[in-house]
Design a protein around this ligand. Structure first.
Ligand SMILES: [Mg+2]
Length: 384
C-alpha cells in the first residue's frame, strides 16, 4: 500500500519507559499490601500464550511519572475546511510540522477515497477520545447524538467495530448502536460475526441483539478471578487518594488519576506497582491519565482487528481496506498490524505531535465525525 511513502516511524512514547526499579525504589509502606495473590502465582495452568513481563510499556520504572505527565497532551485547536483550504487557530509550529508526517485525513480525503475505490472498507473505531471527548469523570464520557447518528450511518455502508479499553457492555451502552461489532477490554472481549471454522477453540457461538447469531471470544477468560482480586485491592488501597478512580473493565482494571493532585501521582503509581509485584501474570500500561492493569497475554487491539477481519472473511482478501481510528497508546498495535499486513491504515486522533504507527491524523472527535460523515456521503454517492 503506497498511501504514504517513507513511513518508517517506530513507536516511542510513554513506552520509552525503561524497566528498572520503581521510582521510589523502596519496599512498600502500604498498609493494605495484597494478600492471597500467591493463589495464582503457582495456580492454574494458563493455556494462553503470554508476553514476557518487562515489555516496554511497563511502568515499573524511573520514567513512570514522566509518562504519567505526558499521557494527555494539552489541546491545540485546529479548524479545517476541506473545500477552501486550511485555516489554523492556536496551533503551534510543531503541530504543523508534525502534520507533514501525519497528514490530516480530512485534507487527504480525496487521496484516501481514490485508494479505496473498489475495495471493501471496514471501520475500526476506538471510543474514548475518538468518538467521545475525554472528560474528568470516565462515567460521563458520553458521545453526542450527532456522533451516534454518524456511526449508525457508517454501519449501514461498512462493517464497523468499536474496540475499546472499556468493558464491552459499558462501551456498547455508551455507543447505543446495535448493528456494530464490539470488542471491550482492549480486544479481550469480542462480539463478532459467526465464524465457519475456528482456530480459536474458546469461541462461543451465541445470539445477540435481535437474535442475530454472533461469536463471543474472550482470550483472557482464565484471568478473571485474578483481575477481580486486583480490582478489590486497588479500590481499597486508593480509596483515600482524593480524585483517584478505579474502573472495572472486566479483563483489565483502569486506575484513573486525571483528578488526582499531581503531587500525589507518585503515590498512585507506587500503590499500583506494589500490588502488581505479587502478580507476575499481570502488567501495567499507560493510557491518557490512566494506568491500566492487564493480563500478560499475547493479545492486543491488533490481534483483535486480525480476529475480526478473519471473522468477516476478509483477512485473506486483497481488496480489503481497513481503517482504524484511535487516540490511545493501545491503538498503536492495531495501526501497526494494518500497515505490516498491508490491510489498511491507522488514523491517530491527537491534538499534539506524537510518534505513531498511524499514517494519517485527525485533531479531535469533531474531526473524526467530519471524516466519518464524508465517508458515508462518498459511499452513498458512489452507489447511485
Ligand atoms: Mg481512546
Amino acid at each position: 500500500m503506497d498511501l504514504k511513502t517513507n513511513h518508517t516511524h517506530r513507536l516511542a512514547d510513554a513506552a520509552t519507559i525503561t524497566r528498572t526499579r520503581s521510582r521510589l525504589g523502596t519496599p512498600s509502606s502500604l498498609s493494605c499490601s495484597p494478600t492471597g495473590a500467591t493463589t495464582f502465582l503457582h495456580g492454574p495452568s494458563l493455556a494462553i500464550p503470554r508476553k514476557k513481563t518487562g515489555i516496554l510499556d511497563d511502568v515499573r520504572s524511573n520514567g513512570c511519572l514522566d509518562a504519567m505527565r505526558s499521557s494527555s497532551p494539552t489541546n491545540k485547536k485546529i479548524s479545517m475546511d476541506i473545500g477552501h483550504g486550511v485555516a489554523f487557530f492556536d496551533v503551534d509550529a510543531a503541530y504543523l510540522t508534525w502534520q507533514l508526517e501525519f497528514p490530516s485525513a480530512l485534507a487527504s480525503f480525496e487521496q484516501i477515497t481514490n485508494f479505496a475505490k473498489g475495495k471493501k472498507i471496514v471501520l475500526f473505531l476506538d471510543y474514548d477520545g475518538t468518538l467521545s471527548p475525554i472528560v474528568d469523570n470516565p462515567d460521563h464520557a458520553f458521545m453526542s447524538e450527532s456522533m451516534r447518528a454518524t456511526v449508525k450511518s457508517m454501519a449501514k455502508y461498512f462493517p464497523t467495530a468499536i474496540i475499546s479499553g472499556r468493558c464491552r457492555e459499558k462501551v456498547h451502552e455508551f455507543v447505543g448502536v446495535t448493528d456494530l461489532y464490539y470488542a471491550g477490554s482492549h480486544g479481550m472481549d469480542i462480539i463478532g460475526p459467526p465464524r465457519q471454522s475456528d482456530k480459536h477453540p474458546t469461541c462461543i457461538r451465541s445470539t445477540y441483539n435481535k437474535g442475530n447469531e454472533v461469536n463471543l471470544y474472550q482470550p483472557a477468560a482464565e484471568f478473571l478471578p485474578m483481575i477481580d482480586e486486583v480490582l478489590s485491592l486497588l479500590i481499597e488501597c486508593t480509596k483515600d487518594i482524593k480524585g483517584a478512580k478505579v474502573e472495572n473493565n472486566k479483563f483489565c482494571v483502569s486506575v484513573h488519576y486525571r483528578n488526582v493532585d499531581e503531587e500525589n501521582w507518585d503515590m498512585v503509581a507506587q500503590i499500583v506497582y506494589d500490588i502488581l509485584k505479587d502478580y507476575p501474570h499481570l502488567r501495567l500500561t499507560h493510557g491518557r491519565k490512566v494506568l491500566e492493569v492487564r493480563p500478560v497475554i499475547d493479545w492486543d487491539k491488533g490481534k483483535a482487528v486480525t480476529y475480526l477481519l478473519e471473522s468477516l472473511g476478509l483477512n485473506e482478501d486483497n481488496d480489503v481496506l481497513a481503517i482504524y481510528i484511535g487516540d490511545d497508546q493501545t491503538d498503536e498495535d492495531a495501526f501497526k498490524v494494518l500497515s505490516e499486513f498491508n490491510k489498511g491504515f491507522g488514523i491517530l486522533v491527537s491534538s499534539a505531535p506524537k510518534e505513531s504507527n498511524a499514517i494519517y491524523s485527525l485533531c479531535d472527535p469533531s474531526e473524526v465525525m467530519e471524516f466519518l460523515k464524508s465517508l458515508v456521503v462518498w459511499k452513498s454517492i458512489s452507489l447511485v
